[in-house]
Design a protein around this ligand. Structure first.
Ligand code: ADP
Ligand code: MG
Ligand code: ZN
Length: 485
């Protein structure tokens, strides 16, 4: 039997506001526990929530960037359940009448054809607090017999982006999640930091026989915090469900957790144990009314989005689609490229250096963002200029690059300090060529006898003699002339 997998994702993203969604407490990450709390986010009786306008601004911008329709009237609802990290006993979310609906995000399927993933809805909600389970270093048991609650995160603004079950492979799902992250980060709506939990993904996965119209029963693997884990979790679920069905079993609808150490998912609770949230409109909050003027203001403030930027890079800088794709992966990287290209006026060379060397070293040192890399656009631009002017060869440029990385030396300084200037003086190079020819009479004879491939050997010898500084064009020219003669 041939199986088809179906995936739908729910993405939770923390919005980058200074203050929480319904009170004025700070949202700063890493503060001492319970130092950023007030009667509202502690859920004290009688405290009243007031909506943070900036949250709505961000939500609208995300909606516009993903082609959602913005609801003129939306509502906040209470999602009721008991948990120690939820002091009110309910989470304020949106249920009926979410702020955004019916968007789309484009990906490529496994055959490379463009395809749209439909968005069901995007809604705003508050985060819960965080439980801390101390290990019992002071007692003999594995865990302490108490837990601690940190409510700094309670009431921090989130949006939840819910997709239709439109994805058919882990590849599509990862692309989709990356696109969501790109858009959020480009908009400045979320910092995209998945290790700190600023963006987390729930993966709904089911399988069905190829050709069948009805969907299979899904499982939902919660709170996945990296793209690699997302891919692993989805593929694991696919295999697990297929195996289960083929052995005569049945997939049960349940919530699962991904164990990154083992690369497997584990059941957390089944549908029967699921909460009945008893949603109802929150009587403390008025319906949210968004008029056209608000939407148009947000539209006017929208920055250039990844897709538009890629297209512009191809057009304006004559880059390949692939180059543009790579450089536009993050807004920081795209900005860095444009800054450097403006200083160096050879965009293609700049693109090559960023991809070949900057990204290589960033990977090697585990640097995630170009803004944290120990190299500036000025340094790269200076180096590219020296290459274009013929002052250094691209081979020497690699040495210059390594020397600049981690320092604030300019390319000019490195070249001057280390005497790396390219030798283009014909007289000087000619002397080296003559010496190489004199030292290798057998090879000269072989060349003249027809083994013209040996030109590479001679060029190599001269370049070595010049310690890489001879202008390769001049070396080639002189060698060809002399060997031919
Ligand atoms: P819940 O709150 O139960 O998770 P939601 O409506 O918020 O429900 O989200 C359901 C998610 O599961 C959506 O992303 C949807 O596309 C996806 N989904 C629904 N049915 C299936 C299925 N049979 N297989 C895979 N994904 C599914
Ligand atoms: Mg869900
Ligand atoms: Zn507060």
């Amino acid at each position: 039997m041939q199986w088809e997998m179906v995936v739908g994702l729910e993405v939770h993203a923390q919005l980058r506001t200074d203050t929480k969604i319904f009170c004025g407490c700070s949202t700063r990450f890493g503060a001492p526990p319970n130092s950023q709390v007030c009667p509202v986010c502690l859920g004290l009786p009688g405290a009243l929530p007031v909506l943070n306008r900036k949250v709505v601004d961000y939500a609208i911008s995300v909606g516009l960037a993903t082609e959602c329709s913005v609801a003129g009237v939306s509502r906040f609802a209470r999602k009721n359940y008991f948990y120690p990290d939820l002091p009110k006993g309910y989470q304020i979310s949106q249920f009926e009448l979410p702020i955004l609906e019916h968007g789309r995000i484009g990906v490529y399927d496994d055959e490379g054809n463009p395809k749209d993933i439909a968005l069901t809805r995007i809604h705003m909600e508050e985060d819960a607090g965080k439980l801390i389970h101390p290990d019992a270093s002071r007692t003999s048991s594995a865990a302490a017999d108490y837990s601690l609650v940190d409510l700094n995160r309670a009431c921090v603004p989130l949006i939840e982006i819910v997709s239709e079950p439109d994805m058919r492979s882990a590849g599509e799902a990862v692309q989709y999640a990356r696109k969501v992250r790109d858009i959020l980060v480009y908009l400045g709506a979320c910092d995209g930091n998945m290790n700190e939990g600023s963006m987390r993904v729930d993966a709904n996965v089911s399988v069905r026989p190829v050709g069948r119209a009805e969907l299979g029963t899904r499982t939902e693997t919660k709170n996945i915090n990296s793209f690699k884990f997302l891919e692993q979790a989805i593929n694991y679920e696919r295999e697990r469900q297929i195996e289960l069905i083929e052995e005569g079993g049945k997939v049960i609808q349940q919530t699962r957790l991904f164990n990154a150490d083992l690369g497997i998912t584990r059941a957390m609770r089944s549908k029967e144990e699921a909460h009945d949230y008893r949603y109802f409109p929150d009587p403390d909050l008025l319906p949210l009314v968004i008029d056209d003027a608000w939407v148009e203001r947000a539209r006017a403030e929208l920055p250039e989005l990844p897709e538009a930027k890629r297209a512009r890079f191809v057009e304006q800088y004559a880059l390949s689609r692939q180059d543009a794709e790579l450089l536009c992966q993050s807004r920081d990287m795209a900005d860095f490229f444009e800054e450097t290209a403006a200083l160096a006026d050879d965009a293609k060379a700049v693109a090559n250096w960023i991809q070949g060397f900057v990204l290589r070293d960033m990977n090697k040192e585990g640097i995630e963002s170009i803004t944290d890399a120990p190299i500036t656009s000025g340094q790269i631009a200076g180096m590219v200029k020296l290459i274009c002017a013929g002052t250094i060869s691209s081979k020497i440029a690699k040495e210059v690059f390594d020397e600049m990385w981690g320092t604030d030396k300019s390319a000019e300084d490195v070249v001057a300090d280390k005497g790396l200037k390219q030798v283009s003086d014909t007289g000087e190079i000619e002397a080296m060529v003559d010496k190489v020819l004199a030292d290798n009479p057998k090879e000269v004879e072989a060349y003249r006898g027809g083994k013209t491939k040996l030109i590479g050997f001679f060029v190599g010898q001269v370049m070595r003699a010049s310690r890489g500084k001879a202008n390769p064009d001049v070396v080639n020219e002189l060698l060809t002339a002399k060997l031919g003669g």
